[in-house]
Design a protein around this ligand. Structure first.
Ligand code: SAM
Ligand code: SF4
Ligand code: SF4
Length: 358
């Protein structure tokens, strides 16, 4: 039996704390998720995200003083949690390049209202950090891993990744209890699409959920072309020929992956089809870049500078008002609007993926 305490209507102090009513945008989509990019640097140069030719040794990444401090991040995350955010994801760039990340995780995990705290990583530094991350209060990880073919994997990491090290990281994350682990696979035509089944086979029956992601037209620096996209329906057919699948419903409103399970009981896989089957209808995510810009869409061409407000002395109420008014005005639905003229839309100036972390 639940241990309930009697409360009296005449004594409001005795009522249990209620979750705040989420603020809803112009299309009535509530604010639920906040993605926080900790830094714009990365130890990989995935050609679909940070191609080496653009992000070379002379490229100027943000300087420390340009990045939000942990205190500033906590203020934004705390403000967002009072407006309905209950899910927070740490990302980058590569978030595990931030050596003090566990201090931040402890503080975010302690914020009232944060029910789910996740991290997206390329996995290279995960084996060494998994236990510390879990001890600090991280709930789960998503690891990006595009192929189990060593050469293809290495090429898709821009020549920097070590497959065994990433697999060891995934194992360590499982041992540390950072599950259910999700694996993000960006599927590119003629690059890794012929290696998807091997990757799925490896993770079948382990409880790890692989998500096949369409190569997206994020940013303007990755040379995106439609003919490099493998539509999710093709990947789905490819998988179904090998293992029958059945669709399952969303596990929460705003989930971007379409979920399937293997009919033989070997677990779940997901398809993220931003290009061919847009899903703006219940998009509930805000994205904070490392330099404090808040974006309300992955494909936004402008954001709101929160760092300026924070450093100009905005108090918590003012910050909350700023966040709330940004979300109230939000009407983004880029991926729905861009079809069928996707090439035309792609030339519009957009924020880069490595700045807002997917
Ligand atoms: N560095 C970390 C990682 O790779 O997991 C976190 C940041 S990364 C930008 C977040 C996710 O975005 C990764 O899963 C990556 O594969 C995905 N991504 C980057 N560029 C993409 C693109 N053009 N299309 C689809 N997914 C992309
Ligand atoms: Fe780095 Fe992640 Fe972008 Fe690859 S996808 S370059 S690992 S930020
Ligand atoms: Fe959300 Fe923008 Fe993606 Fe639509 S295009 S799902 S609004 S992030």
């Amino acid at each position: 039996m639940h241990n309930t305490r009697m409360t009296s209507r005449s004594d409001p102090d005795e009522l249990p704390a209620r979750r705040p009513e989420p603020v809803a945008d112009a299309l009535r989509r509530p604010l639920h998720d906040l993605r926080i990019s900790l830094l714009d640097q990365c130890n990989f140069r995935c050609p679909y995200c940070m191609p080496e030719a653009e992000f070379h040794s002379e490229y100027e990444f943000l300087k420390r003083q340009q990045r939000l401090t942990y205190d500033e991040i906590i203020r934004v995350a705390g403000g967002a949690s009072t407006l309905g955010v209950s899910k927070i994801r740490l990302t980058g760039g590569e978030p595990l390049l931030d050596k003090n990340i566990c201090q931040l995780i402890e503080r975010i995990a302690a914020l009232p209202g944060v029910e789910d705290l996740a991290l997206t990583t390329n996995g290279m530094l995960l084996a060494a950090n998994a236990e510390k991350l879990a001890a600090a209060g991280l709930h789960r990880v998503t690891v990006s891993l595009d192929s189990l073919d060593k050469n293809i994997f290495r090429g898709m990491s821009g020549g920097r990744g070590n497959l065994d090290q990433v697999l060891a990281g995934i194992m360590a994350a499982g041992d540390a209890g950072l599950g259910p682990i999700k694996i993000n696979v960006v599927v590119q035509k003629g690059v890794n699409d012929h290696t998807i089944l091997d990757l799925l086979e490896y993770f079948r029956g382990t409880g790890t959920i692989v998500r096949l992601i369409e190569f997206m037209d994020v940013g303007n620096r990755n040379g995106w072309r439609m003919d490099q996209v493998v539509p999710s329906r093709s990947s789905l057919l490819q998988v179904q020929k090998r293992w029958p699948l059945r669709a399952v419903g969303k596990s929460y409103p705003g989930e971007v992956a379409r979920r399937y399970e293997y009919v033989d009981g070997a677990g779940e896989i997901g398809f993220i089809s931003s290009v061919t089957e847009p899903f703006c209808g219940d998009c509930s995510r805000a994205r904070l870049s490392a330099d404090g810009m808040l974006y309300t869409c992955l494909f936004a061409n402008q954001g709101t500078d929160l760092r300026e407000s924070l450093r100009n002395g905005a108090d918590d109420n003012e910050l909350r008002d700023i966040l709330s008014s940004i979300w109230l005005q939000r009407a983004d639905r880029y991926s729905e609007l861009r079809s069928p003229d996707i090439a035309e839309h792609h030339v519009l100036k957009k924020v880069e993926m490595y700045r807002i972390g997917g």
